[in-house]
Design a protein. Sequence first.
Length: 106
Amino acid sequence: MIEQGSTSPDKQRLVRMLKALGNPVRFQIVEYLSANQVCITSDIVKELPLAQSTVSQHLKVLREAGLIRGKIEGPATCYCLDIDGMKWLKQHFANWLPGYQELIQL
């Protein structure tokens, strides 16, 4: 039986990151930031059919999940991928299902 309260901090962090990426808009924002490295909120808004306030909410979720960083520069916020967060995600995702590696080698 799976116990709900016994999740380690690393697993909780992985769940937050995957949940953030599970939203198609946020997934698209991460892809956009990967291709463009650094941009301001209005650049991201131009790429999406959403209001600025909605995009800002998605950016907040991604920031809180540790996937992106935002730096205030004058009247705008400049966003980029959080490289440390992305490295952490890659490492922990690869280690998430240890038995899976054996299955894909069959």
